[in-house]
Design a protein around this ligand. Sequence first.
Ligand SMILES: [Zn+2]
Length: 272
Amino acid sequence: MPEGPEIHRAANNLRKVLEGNIITHVECPYPPIRGQEHRFLGQEVLRVKARSKAMLIHVGDDVLYSHNQLYGRWTVQKKTSKERKTNRSLRIKLETETHVACLWSATDIELLEPWEVENHPYIERLGPDVADEEIEFKSVLEQIQNTRFGGRQLCHLLLDQSFLAGVGNYLRSEILFNAGLHPNRKLKSLTEDEQTRFAYSAISTTQRAYVQKGVTVDKDLYDLLREQGMSRRQARHYVFTRDGLNCHTCEGLISHTRLSGRRLDYCPNCQH
Ligand SMILES: [Zn+2]
């Protein structure tokens, strides 16, 4: 399942070809928005923005909301390139003078008025989005100091989008490792220093994954490990999917556990 950085990268690709451009052709075969072509045609795309795992495309007076769930996917290509073959079903096609953007297979699609966005049931419950380039350190730290979440363990909190949006499973393990925090710690047990480290790690780990296309380790280390013949899967993270291998920091063995049916990996030496 795509996590925050992947959705924000998809938004970035869409932004490059759509923002500031006029929609010259549109197809809406999917029932919730079927027959709504006139609301896009001839209108300018004002803004493309990811909010956690949702995509918001402001076109004319409307906002196209889509959530990819498990299978949804946006593709972008030049109008002149050959259409790719796919088994996915088309949900919406937006064309500009030069490019074609298509949403495939997503089931959660709506047209909203701009004022409805913040009250949308999915958007409304999101915490600060650490995959957003404009995220402020202060808002993340405030959330970490919010007593509402105090009694919960870090490993569970990090999958709760109302705590911090944009974090998914691989980021959960990597954020905790970079912060040096044990997954079972409760939020309220963190010292002031640990709160700061946690906030910093949540932002920097997620932003690095965005910039480095899902790679959470330092780029030089990644290149070195790949040169040494390590697979992408084992080289791209500090702990996630590296159970039984040596920690890059302390040389100890990475441990593995499952929480809420999803894998979590950590270093028992480095994380307290
Ligand atoms: Zn270690």
